[in-house]
Design a protein around this ligand. Sequence first.
Ligand SMILES: C[S@@+](CC[C@H](N)C(=O)[O-])C[C@H]1O[C@@H](n2cnc3c(N)ncnc32)[C@H](O)[C@@H]1O
Length: 395
Amino acid sequence: MSSETETESLPCVKAAKRSGEEILQRLKERKLLRRYAKITSDDKFIYLPLVRVLTAAELAEIGDIELLTRKIVLLKPRKSVKEILGFKPSYSYEIIGDIAVLTGADREAEAAAVTERSEESELAAMAQAIMDCHKNIKVVTRQTSPVKGEFRRRTMAVIAGTERTETLHTENRCRYKLDLEKVYFNPRLAGERNRVALQVTRSRVDEEIIDMFAGVGSFAIQVAKRNPQSHVTAIEINPDAIRYLKENMKLNGLRNIAVVEGDVRRVYTRFIGTADRLIMNLPKSAYLFMREALSMLNPEGGIVHFYDIESSYSDTGADVGAGADMPQQPPREDEDRKKKSPERAVRLAKEKLIARMQELSEEYSFHSIEILDARKVIAYAPYTYIIGIDAVISP
Ligand SMILES: C[S@@+](CC[C@H](N)C(=O)[O-])C[C@H]1O[C@@H](n2cnc3c(N)ncnc32)[C@H](O)[C@@H]1O
């Protein structure tokens, strides 16, 4: 836990409380929010400490804010897991609710570590270090399989703490109950979910949104909660995810989501021509569902948030998106440094979406696709990325 130490006069942003969350995310995305400095608020405003004074362009971009200098309480940086351990751990970890999940071992660190420590003792030491570092963690578990199968699930082995994989996770003020072994959930997509929810807010119309692969409602809940004027249809094939989705609606006090259990390839017929916006977060194979997507889209057109997995080092990056569950081996370091760049993966994803649209344009009355934005969302494996594309599709 961080503890308060001293104060310092720092540049900070003053924003109305109701837009505080949005402004906070924008500062975080631009790496402008200062770490280890206390965020404070009064009745109407929130004060967000900055790493530096903003430029005029940044001020305009970030929104309705005032720039000022304010005495800010500095927080003591807490020791990292690496500092507690005294060596670079072979595993990385992510936190979901009160569970820490150890994921893929870091190759270089692992190679160096193997000679000195047995894997078991390193796992135990890391679990203890995580619990010392994050006092709210009650379970440390290790991912023992890749995310796989139609339900996109993974297996876990609990290393320390209570023997359970169910937890309650909070993200952007939304609460999600989920079981890490029974359903898909990726906390690294928090920024992406925030981005999509914000786009709905900015569109300022009552939208009908269809989340085609809803899981426990990661996108659906966030979009519906932050946009009570909109209505979300959340389709999902995994019965466990459906159970959590319904519970999460209650946890978040939501009534503007219709939950639909089933294979989108079958249930889409109930929603022909209804959607103003589609969320297609099944990066492994979303492009195979474009027929259903176009069928559900409003005849006047709409926005599609399309996700894809592509590699930056192979012309056949589609292999990863099309079915491989295990990441491909990266090239040797001297092979081609340029291949590390995600731009190639972004290009491949755009080409895939456009080609699929062209294939289907005869069948459906949508002939135009305008890519609003295409970007790397997160790294998926070495040299391989989840790419997000926002596109307007119209007749
Ligand atoms: C990558 S996960 C994304 C879940 C959620 N959108 C999120 O961001 O956490 C994809 C989800 O799609 C579901 N799914 C896979 N194939 C489906 C299909 N044909 N119809 C409906 N849901 C499907 C899986 O069970 C899984 O929960």
